[in-house]
Design a protein around this ligand. Structure first.
Ligand SMILES: [Zn+2]
Length: 514
């Protein structure tokens, strides 16, 4: 039964991220005991255990992780045992580093709770794709918050702290009128709409009448100016340039509000239009790192050049035709093409992994629920003992309180387990979708309108530069960077065929690695 696993020198790497809303319910000790169990079962030679409690959002912030990488480089270890790919990689830099170590022959494999990743094309690609999922999960979390906010706004509920003249009712989370200041806000509009008062005049007049900020100070003219321009006061909430009808009680009529707008001159003032050059903001000068600016020539040709903000660059006079840049980017995006079949395979593997981690998750939940049930039994036994006259009342009360405290704690634990587990399937679907998008990105980019191009660029491009009238460096955001690094060639499909004729070789559960 003993095999090559005995020769490998495993480092067991355990990490819990420090983000409070981490989806992982796994504490350090739970991960450790679970992975130790696997090491014993599969007879893995674990030479050291490393425990890390730092977050891995940005590279290089994990001292223990860096120690592990050093150890692998020096030959102290040549295999990693860890809970899942996202434990050792939460950003693109980490993913690339692990793969580099495999390429260099320093790292033989990464064994996780449910999968084995080895030094071979398909396996390395899978590792990177599953690793980028953590990043997507973070994206999705903030997307969920945004979606929740939009829903709230659509239902007429404000999402931020209350404006001057209103209060946040903590019990109902609604916006209610501040009885102390609301009448003054109404007066500000009334006074201003007459056209007889300056902002300064209103500020002084209301100070005399007793209007104060929460800190007890005079309400400044700049704040009065803000109030007069806030549609919130006649019932319309503005968020990110969009308007929503609010549920809160208005402090001014729309008619009076608009009268104020006319007086302040806002109505007739045209909005300054920013010239929207498609590539502005996405590329920098390779030579000096300054921003790139654009000019329209003969009313139809767009040229980009370095702004030479530091005054040290000769690229200011190098005018680059926009079309050349679009073509270069579209050409480079061909790198992102990935076999859809490949993505399908990883998707299925991830679903399998989910089934396993889910059963572990349910196990923890079950245990906690059982403990809670047995507490209830203990309680009824305690009551029996007391009513039978076997213990005195003081002791009974004391024991009862202890039981109740335990009960509250367990109920809290159950709630936490349930809360910290957002729908993992949704994230997998998202990963799947993003990777499939890579397949068509180059084509989509070529055919896209300028606005659509900007959307694609903001989703995919990062740190790209211009030099000598062309793109010097094109880089991609996660997870597209994974696709950019993955070779799309014949040997790749070869590897796929390999896998299908030899299904035992890859994605096996630890138990089958014998
Ligand atoms: Zn420059």
């Amino acid at each position: 039964m003993h095999n090559e696993n005995n020769m490998k020198k495993f480092i067991l790497y355990i990490r819990k991220s420090s983000e409070s809303a981490d989806r992982q319910i796994m504490s350090l000790s739970a991960q450790e005991s679970e992975m130790t169990r696997i090491a014993q079962r599969d007879d893995l030679n674990v030479v050291e255990i490393i425990r890390e409690s730092h977050s891995a959002k940005t590279t290089g912030q994990r001292p223990e992780y860096n120690r592990m990488i050093k150890g692998i480089k020096s030959g102290k270890y040549n295999a990693i045992l860890t809970w899942s790919p996202d434990r050792i990689s939460r950003n693109a830099g980490d993913l690339a580093m692990i793969v580099d170590l495999m390429d260099a022959g320093k790292l033989e494999c990464v064994q996780t709770y449910s999968q084995l990743f080895i030094n071979e094309g398909t396996s390395k690609f899978m590792f990177q794709m599953l690793g980028s999922q953590a990043k997507l999960e973070n994206d999705q979390k903030s997307e969920n918050v945004k979606r929740g906010n939009r829903e709230k706004l659509k239902h007429g509920d404000w999402i931020n702290s209350a404006s001057f003249g209103y209060l946040n009712d903590k019990a109902t989370t609604k916006i209610v009128i501040d009885p102390e200041r609301a009448p003054y806000v109404s007066q500000i509009f009334e006074l201003y709409s007459t056209g007889l008062y300056s902002l300064q005049g209103i500020s002084s007049l209301l100070f005399e009448k007793g209007l104060r900020t929460k800190g007890g100070n005079k309400v400044h003219t700049s704040q009065i100016h803000k109030i007069i321009n806030k549609t919130f006061y006649y019932g319309v909430m503005e968020s990110n340039g969009k308007f929503y009808q609010g549920n809160h009680e208005p402090l001014v009529s729309q008619k009076v509000f608009e009268q104020c707008q006319i007086i302040s001159g806002n109505k007739s003032r045209p909005r300054a239009k920013t010239k929207g050059f498609t590539l502005s903001g996405f590329i920098k000068s390779e030579k000096c790192g300054c921003a790139i600016t654009a000019e329209l020539k003969k009313e139809k040709y767009i040229y980009y050049h370095c702004t030479n903000g530091k005054g040290i660059c000769d690229q200011k006079s190098y005018n680059t035709n926009e079309k050349v840049l679009h073509d270069s980017i579209a050409k480079d995006m061909e790198k992102l093409t990935i076999s859809p079949k490949m993505v399908d395979i990883v998707y299925k593997a991830k679903l399998e992994e989910l089934e396993q981690t889910d059963s572990f998750h349910n196990h923890t939940l079950d245990t906690t629920r059982k403990a809670l049930n047995s507490l209830s039994q203990n309680k009824s036994r305690l009551i029996d003992t007391f009513t039978a006259g076997d213990i005195d009342e003081d002791l009974y009360r004391e024991k009862l309180t202890a039981l109740d405290n335990k009960k509250v704690n367990l109920a809290k634990q159950i709630q936490e387990i349930e809360q910290n587990n957002p729908d993992p399937l949704a994230t997998i679907e998202l990963t799947y979708k993003r990777f499939k998008q890579g397949y068509t990105m180059s084509k989509r980019y070529s055919g896209a309108s300028p606005d659509e191009k900007r959307i694609i660029l903001s989703e995919a491009l990062s740190n790209s530069t211009l030099l000598d009238r062309n793109m010097a460096n094109i880089q991609y955001k996660s997870p597209y960077d994974v696709l950019a690094r993955t070779p799309v060639n014949a040997s790749f499909s070869q590897l796929l065929a390999d896998r299908e004729s030899n299904p035992d070789l890859r994605y096996q559960k630890p138990s089958s690695y014998r």
